[in-house]
Structure formats: structure tokens, C-alpha cells
Ligand binder design. Structure first.
Ligand code: C2E
Ligand code: CA
Ligand code: CA
Ligand code: CA
Length: 277
């Protein structure tokens, strides 16, 4: 082999080592971040075609003691690889239940959506844990929507389905996150007890200019209509995108055009200011 090739391999191994060390450091930091109060939930309102809030998604935020932010895209995979996602996931559910009560107190209760990692969902005691948190907080399961990814719905189908039925029996509803980005096999759509599809923001961001994106958005809307599923379009940033969706028959919308993710205190303030629907 040429010397250049060997150097290339060494460089590659070196990069992997640095990467592994970074992940490990992040994992150690994350393990104490929750106890140190560095993690917080933000809430992003979802609206209907009249811009009336119809729900909110909880999104995790990590602000280190030095003030720097770590993006969820960056730390959630680390949490999943290290099983830290399990205590974090329980914490998110507790936060959702507490937030629901806080909104209910001002007469503004809304369904709250939380992201459930497949790692968390696959824990043998997941359903019991959810039940315990609901019992402990007294929040109504019917006001919770679990966002799951297509990957969860196509693997271990029997276990997934059994668990979804147990949770559905409690009143929890299911949403398919990032819909359209995962798999072409849509057989799971007719098998699984689903409530909603979330159109991935990558499609919305290219609509209405890009014909391929609008073709995909239209097919999702029509399919969801036939299957009786609610649709939430994510990543709505422009009036043109909102107008396009309205013209397509209207889906619920989530995006910076309407609301950015915000802390609970601000959400309470904003909802409290709106006239009662
Ligand atoms: P996601 O579930 O697809 O969440 C939507 C992401 O889109 C959020 O990014 C949100 O801030 C962003 N977003 C909303 N509206 C707009 C818009 O108009 N334009 C653009 N460009 N972006 C918009 P975020 O908060 O950075 O979260 C990234 C991902 O991290 C989430 O994607 C989700 O997969 C994961 N994540 C966040 N919080 C949690 C959590 O509590 N648990 C788990 N398991 N995953 C989480
Ligand atoms: Ca989501
Ligand atoms: Ca999404
Ligand atoms: Ca996403």
C-alpha cells in the first residue's frame, strides 16, 4: 500500500477517536445536566388555519452553566446511545403533565405533544412508567400526543402494536413525526392506531415553489384525509407556505411564522392574553 493510503487510514481512525471522545465527554456532561437544572422544556404552539392555537409540542433545551446552548439534534442521539434518554424521557412526560395543569389553571388547557424516542418506547416497563406518571400527576392521558418516528412503526411490529394499543386504551394519541422522510413502505399506516401525521419541514420549506415538494405534500394531505388522520405541517416560515396549505384544504401548522418554541411562563402569558375561544 502507498504511504498516502496508510496515512489516510490513520487520519480516519484518529478522527473517529476524537469523535468518540467528544461523545463520551458530552455524555458525562449530559448525565449531570438534568440534576444541575441545565435542561428545560420549551413549547411551540400549533395553530389551525385561523391561527388559533390547537396544541403545543414540547422541545428540549440544554443551556450549559456557561450560557452556551447545545442543540437537541446534537445531544438527543448521545442520550439515546447511552440510555440517558430513558430518565430524560420520563422527565419530559412529567414536564408535559405539569404544564398541562398550569395551562388548565388559566383555562387554556391544550393537547401537548411530546417526542418519544424508540429507545424509551422499547423499554419493557414503558407502559407502566407512563401509567405511573399519569397517576402521580393526575394529568389526563387524552391530552397527550406521543410523536414517534417511522422507524419505530416498522420494527418489531408486534411489540410496537401491542404497546400502542395499551397506550391508546389509556387515552394517549399517536403522531408520526417527520412523516415522509423515513420509509416508502406505508403498510404500517393501516395497522397502527394513529391520530396524526406531521409533514416534515424539509417538504414545507421547499413549498410552494418546488413541484416535487408540493406533490408530496398534496399526496400526504389526501392520504391522511382518506385515512381519517389529522395533519400538522412543520416548519411554516412564510405567508406563502401558509396560504398554499390553506388552499390545499388546510392542515394544522407549526412554524416560526406563528410561534417559536418558548418557555412555559411565556406560553402562559401569551395564551392568557388571547380572548377565550
Ligand atoms: P422535531 O421533533 O422534528 O422538532 C421540530 C424541530 O423543528 C424543532 O427543532 C423546532 O424548533 C424546529 N422548528 C419549528 N418550527 C420551525 C420553523 O418554522 N423553521 C425551522 N427551520 N425549524 C422549525 P429542535 O427544537 O432543535 O429539535 C430538534 C429535534 O430534536 C426534534 O425534531 C426532535 O427530533 C428532537 N427533540 C427535541 N426535543 C426532544 C425531546 O424532548 N425528546 C426527544 N426524544 N427528542 C427531542
Ligand atoms: Ca417532533
Ligand atoms: Ca418533526
Ligand atoms: Ca425532525
Amino acid at each position: 500500500a502507498k504511504a498516502g493510503g496508510r496515512d489516510g487510514v490513520m487520519l480516519f481512525e484518529c478522527a473517529m477517536l476524537v469523535d468518540a471522545q467528544r461523545r463520551l465527554a458530552l455524555e458525562r456532561e449530559l448525565a449531570v445536566a438534568l440534576d444541575n437544572g441545565e435542561l428545560a422544556m420549551h413549547f411551540q404552539l400549533q395553530v389551525d388555519h385561523q391561527a388559533t392555537p390547537v396544541g403545543a409540542e414540547l422541545l428540549m433545551r440544554w443551556r450549559r452553566a456557561d450560557g452556551s446552548m447545545v442543540r437537541p439534534d446534537h445531544f438527543i442521539p448521545v442520550a439515546e446511545a447511552s440510555s440517558l434518554i430513558i430518565p430524560l424521557g420520563h422527565w419530559v412526560l412529567r414536564e408535559a403533565c405539569a404544564a398541562w395543569h398550569a395551562l388548565d389553571e388559566i383555562g387554556r388547557a391544550l393537547p401537548l405533544s411530546i417526542n418519544v424516542s424508540p429507545v424509551q418506547f422499547r423499554q419493557p416497563d414503558f407502559v407502566e412508567k407512563v401509567q405511573a406518571i399519569l397517576a402521580e400527576t393526575g394529568a389526563p392521558a387524552s391530552q397527550l400526543i406521543f410523536e414517534v418516528t417511522e422507524g419505530l412503526l416498522i420494527e418489531d411490529i408486534d411489540q410496537t402494536l401491542a404497546r400502542m394499543h395499551q397506550l391508546t386504551a389509556l387515552g394517549i394519541r399517536f403522531s408520526v413525526d417527520d412523516f415522509g422522510t423515513g420509509y416508502s413502505n406505508l403498510a404500517y399506516l393501516k395497522k397502527m392506531p394513529l391520530y396524526e401525521l406531521k409533514i416534515d419541514k424539509s417538504f414545507m420549506q421547499e413549498a410552494p415553489q418546488d413541484h416535487n415538494s408540493t406533490a408530496i405534500v398534496q399526496s400526504i394531505l389526501s392520504m391522511a384525509g382518506h385515512l381519517g388522520l389529522r395533519v400538522v405541517a412543520e416548519g411554516i416560515e412564510t405567508e406563502a407556505q401558509a396560504a398554499y396549505l390553506a388552499q390545499q384544504g388546510g392542515a394544522c401548522m407549526q412554524g416560526f411564522l406563528y410561534h417559536r418554541p418558548m418557555p412555559l411562563a411565556l406560553l402562559i402569558e401569551q395564551l392568557g392574553q388571547r380572548p377565550q375561544a
